[in-house]
Ligand binder design. Structure first.
Ligand SMILES: *[C@@H]1O[C@H](CO)[C@@H](O)[C@H](O)[C@H]1NC(C)=O
Ligand SMILES: *[C@@H]1O[C@H](CO)[C@@H](O)[C@H](O)[C@H]1NC(C)=O
Ligand SMILES: *[C@@H]1O[C@H](CO)[C@@H](O)[C@H](O)[C@H]1NC(C)=O
Ligand SMILES: *[C@@H]1O[C@H](CO)[C@@H](O)[C@H](O)[C@H]1NC(C)=O
Ligand SMILES: *[C@@H]1O[C@H](CO)[C@@H](O)[C@H](O)[C@H]1NC(C)=O
Ligand SMILES: *[C@@H]1O[C@H](CO)[C@@H](O)[C@H](O)[C@H]1NC(C)=O
Ligand SMILES: *[C@@H]1O[C@H](CO)[C@@H](O)[C@H](O)[C@H]1NC(C)=O
Ligand SMILES: *[C@@H]1O[C@H](CO)[C@@H](O)[C@H](O)[C@H]1NC(C)=O
Ligand SMILES: *[C@@H]1O[C@H](CO)[C@@H](O)[C@H](O)[C@H]1NC(C)=O
Ligand SMILES: *[C@@H]1O[C@H](CO)[C@@H](O)[C@H](O)[C@H]1NC(C)=O
Ligand SMILES: *[C@@H]1O[C@H](CO)[C@@H](O)[C@H](O)[C@H]1NC(C)=O
Ligand SMILES: *[C@@H]1O[C@H](CO)[C@@H](O)[C@H](O)[C@H]1NC(C)=O
Length: 724
């Protein structure tokens, strides 16, 4: 019913997921002081980002910079520029249209041995004389280490950059990767064709490149194997192909991030595999995404299976590939270009069976594909998984989930809930320093992801997709029921009405410039803690949050005694305005610390924190879709119309389930519908933001006003808003 908007939101998830403070938006290219350009054809896909300080830019953070990024090998080039003589802030750079009126055009130089040198070229204009201060050639991760971290540069990588000038007046920088094979090349050459005068040229003195004011053709190439792009029409399923014309911006963005090997998490910093991101995107985009052999859906599931830890079944969170993989291996004294994986997340495992069930059990095309797909030999991307099939790896993951879920089924204690890994402060989507307030036991994983994963393992076993595990057909469902029914209570928080009123009043006095909304609190306030066992000896991290959306979206629980109040409380919190609830003029915020009595909550869950009182677009999508699914369960007793696409796709197989009790409870049903409508009104009102991953606000002139997260100060002790 709202799938178009969901695609819109997901243009979001794709295009700028994880782009955070420095958002990179394929739909509207300018996010000043950043300008983004994308180029993709059958030979090369690359992005260019040009940064030029604005009059009000903080010059210690923003300087003139050109980045070129390739999904292939997660590689890139980054160059910083400074004025030759003038003060910081006087040098401006921009990409101008070259003769064909496009800022970027492709470069393709065939090679007799190995992959061609491919990349992009464009014309860069300097308004005054400039010098190149720092060049980084190689991996995007090396560039991130420099721009996000404490300005780390590795001599082994920096010293390998070779500078040269040639007879035609050009200057080149070239670096051979640690694999001894791949080369990154960046060339500048005076652009004589432009209408503006070119004063001088580019010169090289030892390792210093200097430019006179004027226009320069730059060309950036690598000779690393490119990925296989999925064209816009190949990313969408047949029924949704019209979106390629009606929403061409969003589908182009999605296509730039879609390859038959994997879907990428976001430009430019995350132009590579991220497990959770691609699985959530696929679950939300399911109605429009392509399926079948060579489809986007299979690319995602295959990429996840390929990267599973064969020993313990953990899903890979982020991959390390290209030059950074060789570098990382070298740090371990291993000479190898093999990719690596980060397995620190505790949530990603559970999305996999859910996604596999949606496709291989419920989609008729997926059912037909299952045997062949799971027989795929692993190891072509991740050599650690050689000699296994994707089916073997899927089974290893399911075994892990059954193993981890078992103890709680036997004894429902807090100790038996899923914890973050001992040496980690992150483990699920709120993966920043203060994302969970130091909590060790996350709400989303325990109350929604584990039971949803178990339900799907049951369905997959019954469908014969987990060979030799027929017994899980009933066992996994039995486990799931225990997790569904017995986890919410651990996180439950109830605040009596009068206390809740006084909490929002005192919160507003110190931390919020708008109305305290205490009059909106006409009941006790109930919500579920975002995690257990937080910092400062807090047994529950009492931050109201949006993670109810995981249960709404992933589970059809049948325990009415629990479901009715759960949906009711969730709806009330969505409807109420911050600080009484989660709603604001700029959308639903993901965390509200106003009900936490301890002052640390308000100090750390701020408008400047990555997972603070800020709005995340995919959370809006999942909450809206989740409420829609729950309301859809009432269709027998109300005239709520179920989505016709999902009926066609065979998702109605659960229609025989009894109608939940909340459907006939007028006040609860009306409340949930009202929350759903309020949420959609707010999503529509904030359409301009939807292609960002996250945004924040300031309260000014009587309303919440959108502000990029990056311009607000981060909470104490956190370097950047991503908190990583
Ligand atoms: C000028 O820019 C350089 C980086 O190019 C930076 O290190 C320096 O702090 C800036 N100076 C001022 C005064 O902002
Ligand atoms: C480049 O060309 C496009 C399309 O023709 C035009 O919209 C844009 O204004 C031009 N940009 C510059 C900097 O000239
Ligand atoms: C690259 O060559 C150097 C020098 O010969 C060698 O030490 C290194 O192991 C090689 N690296 C790889 C990944 O083969
Ligand atoms: C320079 O401009 C002329 C005329 O606009 C065009 O024919 C020629 O191809 C251009 N040269 C380059 C290198 O783009
Ligand atoms: C060139 O620069 C390097 C480091 O930047 C320096 O060590 C070397 O002495 C310089 N060479 C000359 C000839 O100036
Ligand atoms: C895979 O899991 C095993 C068992 O937990 C662990 O020892 C190993 O380090 C993991 N592999 C990687 C690459 O992290
Ligand atoms: C790698 O080798 C160096 C030199 O032999 C040694 O100091 C270092 O501890 C080794 N690192 C690892 C991770 O084994
Ligand atoms: C699975 O793939 C192998 C080759 O990788 C093939 O020999 C075998 O017949 C396939 N099995 C099925 C059931 O398709
Ligand atoms: C795969 O099997 C081959 C041959 O049996 C063996 O040499 C190789 O070590 C195995 N690779 C892995 C990753 O187990
Ligand atoms: C469950 O765990 C608790 C705490 O560890 C323990 O006291 C209790 O005996 C256990 N119950 C069962 C049935 O194992
Ligand atoms: C919150 O911030 C304070 C400093 O203001 C810090 O000491 C504390 O550990 C933080 N607590 C949490 C729960 O993040
Ligand atoms: C829940 O039930 C609805 C139909 O009422 C169905 O569309 C949806 O797929 C079901 N979800 C799960 C996780 O079973």
């Amino acid at each position: 019913m709202k799938f178009l908007q969901i695609l819109h939101l997901l243009g979001a998830l794709g295009a700028s997921a994880r782009a955070a403070a420095e958002s990179d938006d394929a739909l509207s290219l300018d996010d000043l002081p950043y300008k983004n350009y994308f180029y993709s054809d059958c030979n090369v896909a690359a992005q260019a980002v040009v940064t030029s300080p604005l009059p009000d830019s903080n010059l210690s953070i923003i300087g003139p910079r050109l980045i070129v990024a390739w999904p292939a090998g997660n590689s890139g080039v980054c160059t910083f520029f400074a004025p030759q003589t003038g003060e910081n802030g006087t040098l401006a750079i921009e990409l101008i249209n070259s003769t064909d009126a496009h800022p970027l055009s492709p470069v393709y130089n065939a090679s007799s041995n190995g992959p061609p040198h491919v990349g992009i070229q464009g014309v860069l204009r300097f308004n005054s004389s400039a010098k190149l201060t720092v060049p980084i050639l190689g991996s995007i991760r090396t560039i991130r280490d420099f721009v996000e971290g404490p300005s780390l540069l590795y001599p082994e990588i920096q010293d390998a950059v070779k500078f040269s000038s040639s007879g035609n007046g050009s200057v080149s920088l070239q670096r051979t990767w640690l694999d001894n094979t791949t080369m990154t090349t960046l060339t500048f050459q005076p652009w004589i064709n432009s209408t503006s005068k070119n004063d001088g040229g580019v010169s090289l003195d030892n390792r210093t490149v200097a430019f006179e004011a004027g226009d320069y053709l730059f060309s950036a190439t690598i000779n690393y194997p490119e990925l296989t792009p999925l064209k816009p029409a190949a990313v969408l399923n047949n029924a949704s192909n019209n979106l390629a014309t009606t929403m061409s911006g969003q589908t182009t963005a999605l296509s730039f991030l879609s390859y038959s090997e994997k879907l990428l998490a976001g430009a430019w910093r995350f132009l590579t595999y991220f497990g959770r991101d691609s699985m959530i995107a696929t679950l939300l985009l399911e109605p429009v995404l392509s399926y079948g052999e060579g489809s986007a859906t299979e690319a995602v599931i295959g990429a996840v299976l390929e990267r599973i830890n064969r020993t313990d079944g953990t899903v890979c969170h982020e991959e390390t590939i290209g030059d950074y993989a060789t570098w990382t291996n070298e740090q371990e004294n291993i000479t190898s270009t093999a990719m690596g994986c980060d397995y620190k997340m505790v949530d990603s495992d559970y999305y996999l069976p859910v996604l596999m069930q949606r496709y291989f059990v419920e989609n008729p095309i997926g059912q037909k594909r299952a045997a062949k797909f799971f027989n795929t030999t692993a190891g072509s991307v991740n050599p650690a998984n050689k000699n296994l099939t994707w089916g073997d790896l899927a089974l290893t993951n399911a075994e892990r989930i059954m193993r981890l879920a078992g103890p709680f089924v036997k004894n429902q204690t807090k100790e038996n809930l899923i914890h973050l890994h001992e040496d980690q402060i992150v483990g699920e989507w709120r993966d920043s320093t203060y994302g969970l307030g130091g909590g060790r036991i996350p709400y989303d994983v325990n109350t929604a992801l584990v039971p949803a994963g178990l339900r799907s393992i049951g369905a997959l076993s019954r469908a014969g997709i987990l060979p030799g595990r027929k017994q899980w057909g009933s066992l996994a469902d039995k486990y799931a029921k225990v997790w569904e029914d017995n986890t919410l209570d651990f996180f439950s928080v109830t605040i009596p009405q009068s206390k809740a009123k006084s909490l929002v009043t005192s919160f507003s006095k110190d931390h919020f410039a708008g109305p305290n909304q205490s009059s909106a609190i006409d009941t006790d306030v109930t919500f579920h803690a975002v995690a257990l066992d937080g910092y400062n000896n807090l047994s529950k991290v009492e931050v109201m949050n949006t993670d109810d959306c995981f249960r709404h979206f992933l589970l059809n629980t049948t325990n009415d005694e629990q479901l009715t109040p759960f949906l009711n409380g969730s709806a009330t919190n969505i409807r109420r305005t911050f600080p009484a609830g989660l709603m604001t003029d700029v959308g639903m915020i993901v965390a509200n610390p106003a009900f936490g009595e301890d002052p640390v909550y308000a100090q750390n869950f701020t408008t400047g924190a990555y997972h603070g009182t800020v709005v995340w677009s995919w959370q809006l999508a999942m909450m809206a879709r989740g409420l829609e699914l729950q309301l859809g369960r009432c269709e027998v007793t109300s005239n709520f119309s179920v989505n016709s696409e999902s009926v066609k796709r065979g998702h109605n197989s659960k229609a025989v389930m009894p109608t939940p009790e909340f459907c006939t409870d007028d006040s609860v049903y009306t409340n949930v519908r009202a929350a759903y409508n309020v949420l959609w009104d707010s999503i529509e009102k904030n359409e301009a933001q939807l292609s960002s991953e996250v945004w924040s606000w300031v309260y000014r002139n009587g309303s919440f006003q959108v502000t990029p997260l990056g311009v607000l100060p981060a909470p104490p002790g956190v370097g950047g808003q991503t908190g990583k």
